[in-house]
Design a protein. Structure first.
Length: 276
């Protein structure tokens, strides 16, 4: 029997949820508004919220200084490339851990996740020297490999939790019908776990798109993504907040649009296997 909730409590919880949501969204809104201000209006005290003269000169100057589409295409290549590479490795690995586990499976998963807690700066020098010796500095291939490796533990863990919700008897029935291992994974397992795989893909694309540490330290111009595009507008002479906000808005707009239209699929995947 469902627990009854008073109307007063519903109102309080709803207001609190909206307040938290608006608080999280406010920095994005403020960045968007600042991008349409002049530099003087951007640093005015007290700041103006809506009562200012709107201008698009910041976007024009940002595009004239840097080729936005070059950086955006690099971000797309890196996000999509690392995600595809991650799925090629993570799906067989998660299948093995979910349906052919050993006594060390959980230990391996915990060890993989623990690597996400290590500070990236601790391995910056050896990775940089390795890239330098292999000629991978400022290359898309090198960055795709790095993004694939740093996000692989998350991909494997998420797919493992989704695969665990699928009854193993279904895969056994497929094997009895003569399905090979490849067909078992591609034609039986993958379609059943499609919501989970889709949410994993979306999350990895977002993580790869937002990765700043490695993309700033291992690139200069040729393979530089949108994180480097934003950083290029922060100068030692001072931060030009209006132009920096315009560059930031242009950088986050694509992933916000993708997230907005994919939120239904993302929520469906993240609740895959949950108690309904």
């Amino acid at each position: 029997m469902a627990r009854s909730v008073s109307t007063k409590r519903k109102i309080v919880v709803t207001i609190a949820a909206w307040a938290v949501g608006l608080l999280i969204f406010f920095p994005i809104l403020w960045t968007f508004l600042t991008s349409f201000k002049t530099e003087l209006a951007a640093i005015s005290i007290p700041p103006t919220f809506l009562g200012f003269e709107w201008t698009t000169e910041n976007y024009v100057e940002v595009q004239s200084r840097s080729n936005y589409f070059h950086f955006m295409m690099n971000s797309i290549y890196l996000a999509v490339g690392s995600t595809i590479l991650g799925l090629l490795v993570a799906i067989p690995a998660a299948w093995a851990m979910a349906f052919s586990p050993t006594k060390r499976t959980k230990d391996v998963l915990l060890w993989m996740l623990s690597t996400k807690m290590l500070p990236s700066v601790g391995v910056l020098v050896p990775v940089y020297l390795l890239f330098l010796n292999l000629g991978l500095l400022d290359s898309r291939i090198g960055l795709i490999v790095v993004l694939f490796l740093i996000n692989l533990p998350i991909i494997v863990w998420m797919l493992y939790t989704y695969f665990k919700e699928i009854p193993g008897e279904i895969l056994e029935a497929a094997r009895m019908d003569g399905a090979s291992l490849r067909k078992e994974i591609t034609q039986v397992l993958a379609p059943m776990a499609l919501p989970g795989i889709a949410s994993t893909v979306l999350l990895n694309v977002i993580l790869a798109w937002n990765e700043a540490f490695w993309t700033l330290n291992l690139t200069t111009t040729d393979a530089a993504p949108l994180t480097a595009f934003i950083a290029s507008f922060s100068s030692p002479q001072g931060n030009f907040y209006a132009k920096l906000s315009a560059a930031s808005t242009m950088a986050i707009a694509p992933i916000l649009i993708v997230g907005w239209f994919s939120q239904k699929q993302l929520v469906r995947g993240l609740t895959f296997g949950a108690v309904k």
